[in-house]
Design a protein around this ligand. Structure first.
Ligand code: PLP
Ligand code: LYS
Length: 448
């Protein structure tokens, strides 16, 4: 299987990531366990920034924290000079507690609450990405109450369909996100935003979807954004100093996935922007992007312990692990694919085709189909690659399964960045009202 970043097979015949033996990590931290290859995340961050530097354009690379939002990751993003895209008070709070510079935070979301808007203004964030007319009014009113002027980008839906799973396309006209171009809503939004005393209109934002390999959609989006910008200038005398082209750059999960190199993504995108804005004779805007998956996706692994197996002769063989859809919903939700190996017997040859099943009470809880593995034994450690984006972030307590721990590894050092959820933590918000309590009984009291 493909080994991303610092991962390799060590002399003991085990999978090693960031100089750490994964079997030792499993023993030390337990399984399921998310592991993040810190050096690979830093490398990707630097590739993005370096690629932009080469273009000579003014830019910001914002990490889309929805992909994997924990304090250590926000800190790492700050250290690497990235900006940060947040979409909720929870992500904003995580960033603030990690000491992320607020002026580099961009607040997204199609239904920001008044409290979230107030929180962003109080924190002094860099900008809001306004998604709809209701929000524009709310932003202006709350900013006015606070005596503030807030910077805004307008999210537009350019009407572009891309080749990716339908659930993760966002640029098409029929989308819950943004002001659409076709109906004139986007132009109306520019007019409104430009006329508000407490809003400073920075420009527009476009995000066409996620896990995209071909550049055609990005080129088309750049063309539409440039055309829209020059129309807004001509009609409303408004010039955008910033355009944000979103994220969506794909990664290699399995053989056959053909992502471009980061440098190429940036070069093709910025070339398209330069051409389009130059031919519209428009002052070259600052370009922002917001990659999530491509910064952290292939840096992540999940370790599981193999438990039971079930063979249906001539039909299928299930190998079950101690996690599943609760720590990685993507295969069940999008039919996402992953590669995997036995971390403790990394040199053993594959012998049989199996389905990796999770432990949730749900038939659809399958992580990998048709995986070739050596004959697995209970206690073997299964390592699934490319789980750095949207796995921990989308994890749940379904079946009251506790969320796994997350560890950052680098140069032989492993640091816990999220503790495994304890039973007490999982139960912390449950309330047993007085009338449900069993008076004078010890029933259920002793189990911890
Ligand atoms: C507005 C916006 N920006 C950035 C991203 C990050 O996308 P990706 O992780 O594919 O780079 C998303 C998610 O699709 C998004 O909705
Ligand atoms: N959650 C999606 C990515 C899109 C999320 C952001 N709009 C995934 O796991 O692929």
């Amino acid at each position: 299987m493909y080994l991303h970043g610092t991962s390799r097979i060590n002399e003991a015949g085990r999978l090693e990531i960031g100089g750490c033996d994964t079997v030792e990590l499993a023993n030390r931290f337990g399984t399921p366990l998310y592991i993040m290859d810190e050096a690979l995340i830093r490398q990707k961050s630097r590739e993005y920034i370096e690629a932009f530097r080469k273009t000579g354009m003014r830019f910001q690379v914002a990490y889309a924290s929805k992909a994997f939002c924990v304090m250590a990751m926000c800190r790492l993003a700050a250290e690497e000079g990235l900006s940060l895209d947040v979409v909720s008070d929870g992500e904003l709070l995580t960033a603030m507690r990690a000491g992320f510079p607020p002026e580099r935070i961009h607040f997204h979301g199609n239904n920001k609450s008044p409290d979230e808007i107030a929180m962003g203004i109080d924190a002094g964030i860099g900008c809001f990405v306004a998604d709809n007319f209701v929000e524009l009014e709310m932003l202006d009113a709350i900013a006015a109450e606070k005596g503030a002027v807030v910077k805004v980008l307008l999210r537009i839906t350019p009407g572009i369909e891309v080749h990716t799973h339908e659930f993760i396309t966002t640029g098409q006209e029929d989308s819950k996100f943004g002001f659409d171009l076709g109906s004139g809503a986007a132009m109306k939004a520019v007019e409104i935003a430009a006329g508000k005393a407490n809003l400073e209109l920075l420009g527009v934002h476009s995000h066409i979807g996620s896990q995209i390999f071909e550049m055609e959609g990005f080129r088309a989006a750049a063309e539409k954004v440039a055309k829209f910008a020059s129309e807004a200038r001509d009609k409303l005398n408004v010039v955008f100093p910033v355009i944000n082209m979103g994220g969506g750059f794909g990664i290699r999960y399995v053989e056959g996935d053909t992502p471009l190199q980061v440098e190429e993504y940036v070069r093709v995108l910025t070339d398209a922007i330069k051409n389009e804005f130059a031919s519209a004779q428009y002052p070259m805007p600052e370009v922002w992007i917001e990659p999530g998956r491509s910064l952290v996706g292939d840096a992540g692994w999940t370790l599981y312990t193999i438990g039971t197996q079930k063979e249906i002769p001539g039909v299928n063989k299930y190998v079950a692990v101690d996690g599943g859809m609760s720590d990685n919903i993507r295969p069940a939700l999008y039919g996402a694919q992953h590669e995997a190996m036995l971390a403790n017997r990394a040199n053993d040859l594959p012998e049989e085709k199996v389905t990796i099943a999770g432990k949730a009470c749900e038939s659809g809880d399958k992580l990998i189909f048709d995986l070739m593995l050596p004959k697995a034994q209970p206690g073997d450690i299964l390592a699934v690659s490319c789980t750095g984006a949207y796995s921990f972030a989308m994890s749940s307590n379904y079946n009251r399964i506790r969320r796994p721990a997350v560890v950052f590894v680098a140069d032989g050092q492993a640091d816990l960045v999220v503790k495994r959820e304890s039973h007490d933590h999982m139960l912390a918000n449950d309330v047993l009202p007085e009338r449900f309590q069993v008076k004078g009984s010890q029933e259920g009291a002793a189990i911890r």
